[in-house]
Structure formats: C-alpha cells, structure tokens
Design a binder for this molecule. Structure first.
Ligand code: GRE
Length: 338
C-alpha cells in the first residue's frame, strides 16, 4: 500500500560515530552500512520510503541514547542537542518526516519542560524513551517512571495530548552482570528488550499510572514486547488472585481494558502474519500500528511483508496508516489519501 506510516525509526548524531559503530557491532553484520543509514536523515531514508510506499516516518534517537547517561546535567544537555538537531534536519520535509522528543529522565520536572518545549516549539509528535534511566554515582541505579513522583510528568504528557513510545534499552551494571553476562546472546531482540519494557509497562499498570492518568497513551514496539501472548495468564492472575490480595488498591481495571484504552502496539521488527493475527484477536486492529525498526530492520522486509498481508483491505489500511493518522492527528503527507 502507498502512504504507510512508520514510527520506530532510529537516527544517531554524527559526532557519536564511534558509539554507533560499537552498538552496530553488537547487532549488525554490516556495521558500515548501519552507521551510514542511522546517521543519514533525509537522503537514504526518503529513497527507501519512496521505493517501498512509506509516506510518513516519525524518527527517534537510537537506543540506549540519553537513558544511558547517568550524569543528569550531561543527559539534559544531550537531550536538548538531539532535539534541536533533528528539528533542524527535518524542517524542510514536514510532509515526510516527524520526530519524537528525546528526554533525560532524571527529573520529572525537567523531562516535562523539555517535552513541552519540543511539542510547542518543534511540533514533535510525542516522545520516545529507552526504558529505565541509568542513574546513581556509577550508573548502576535505574529510574522507573511507574512511581508517584512521576505523576507530574504523566500529567504533562496527557495535557499535551501526545503519546509516549516506551522503547527498550540494553541491560547494564549489576543487572547485566547477574542475569545476562553468562548468556550474552539473549541481550536485545531475543529476550532482554521485551523483558525490560514489559516489566516497566506492567509496573505502570499495576502501580496505577493509567488509573491516575486515564487518557495517557503509551506505545510498545515489537508487537507488544511479549505481553499479548501472556494476556490470558496475566488477566487470570490479576483478576482471580492478585486483586484479592491487594492489587485492587492501585489497579482498577483489567489488563485488557488498558490495552483497549491506553496502550498501542507496533509491528516494528516483528513481521510475522501468524503473530499479527493473534494480536488482532487479542488486542484489536484499532490499536496496532505498522512500523519498520529501521535501520535494525530493512524497509524491504517490513514493507514487502505488509504489502502482501491478507488481513483485508480495511484492516491493512488501518494498521498501515489510518490508526497512526488518528493517534498523531496527522495532516497531509505523501500519499496520505492513496
Ligand atoms: C532498537 O530498536 O533499538 C534495536 C537495537 C538493536 C537491535 C535491534 C533493535 O538497538 O530493534
């Protein structure tokens, strides 16, 4: 289909080429191409988009990004630099490229102010956060945003009426040493990414973030970071056991309610029709958004899959474009009505 929208699409600052190359060496068999693709903003990306029928893309800073920086002053300065850089890069192609804000998540007040600046000054479409914020004197602590002190941030997000993409980052410090160091091939897409994000978002669910902020919209990549496949069991244990043991105090609705009202999932990096069909049944096509996960995945793989998908023209168009148009209140872009 033409005019597809994609929204888990990474870029990196050219001055971090060395770090980008290191990250690429963990995940890519062709680090040179990866570095070229992730630092390019308007050339290669738009060529791929034209070739594969993508009308509009929302770009975000690559993982682990600012969430890897435990010095709060440095983290804030880098977030501002990234936001101003990408705003400048995309300003002449607003019908093709948008951006998610990058936020330092050391302080709810600072994160709120930077998000507000990015939405009002730069017209960004929300923010993408790479899971927990590394913190503490040696970066071994982690900040989760499911605690009450983050309520002012979630209040800002809902008042600005923009979604937050909760994206993975890699395990670090003691967590890495204890869980992953002896099984390093499981870091990333095979397991650690989904574990990190599902712990975080289910923490938000059970600690009442969505009850206190009922209009909050959070997007999960990779077809929901394993949660849809566990929906029945999570629901069973929340409703039939944990709510009778005290969960009812903080978590008022069912896990399926939160997926209907607050959560979205994207197809980033997960191009399986079988899995997608399961998600359509469990989560509903209204809450699913097409995405690529470039440059960790290719436009060809993602779009080739999507353009052959046989879910029915209306559902393919909704997931491929119209759901995102509605969520982000998008106006005209390349092939938006094709
Ligand atoms: C990502 O989305 O950020 C990502 C990586 C590394 C491998 C796969 C992937 O950073 O999707």
């Amino acid at each position: 289909m033409l005019g597809k929208i994609i929204l888990e699409e990474a870029f990196a600052l050219p001055r971090f080429e060395e770090k980008t190359r290191w990250w690429a060496s963990l995940f890519s068999t062709d680090p040179d191409t990866h570095v070229k693709e992730i630092t390019d903003i308007t050339k290669l990306r738009l060529e791929y988009a034209d070739k594969h029928g993508v009308g509009y893309q929302i770009l975000s800073y690559t993982a682990p990004g600012v969430q890897d920086i435990w010095n709060p002053v440095e983290a804030q300065a880098l977030a501002v630099e990234i936001n101003d850089y990408i705003a400048e890069q995309i300003k002449d192609v607003p019908d093709r490229l948008g951006a998610f804000a990058t936020l330092s998540m050391h302080s709810p007040a600072e994160a709120s102010a930077e998000l507000r600046r990015c939405i009002t000054k730069h017209g960004f479409k929300g923010a993408l956060i790479n899971d927990t914020q590394r913190s503490g004197p040696d970066g071994d602590d982690m900040i989760f945003y499911d605690q009450p002190q983050w309520d002012p941030f979630w209040e800002t997000v809902t008042s600005l009426n923009v979604p937050i993409y909760l994206h993975p980052r890699n395990p670090t410090g003691t967590i890495y040493a204890k869980l992953w160091a002896d099984r390093p091939w499981l870091v990333g897409p095979p397991l650690s990414f989904a574990q990190g994000v599902s712990l975080h978002v289910l923490g938000m669910v059970t600690n009442g973030v969505f009850d206190r902020h009922p209009t909050l919209q959070v997007i999960l990549g990779h077809l929901g970071e394993h949660i849809p496949f566990d929906m029945w069991r999570i629901n069973h244990w929340f409703e039939d056991r944990k709510k009778h043991l005290g969960l009812q105090e903080t978590c008022k609705r069912t896990i399926r309610d939160y997926f209907r009202d607050n959560l979205w999932i994207t197809t980033s990096g997960h191009f399986s029709s079988e899995t997608l069909r399961f998600c359509v049944r469990e989560v509903g096509w209204e809450r699913i958004l097409f995405s690529v996960d470039y440059p960790f995945e290719t436009f060809g793989d993602a779009c080739g899959w999507w353009d052959g998908e046989e879910l029915g023209a209306d559902v393919v168009r909704a997931i491929g474009r119209d759901n995102a148009k509605r969520l982000f209140r998008l106006e005209g872009f390349r092939d938006c009505d094709a």
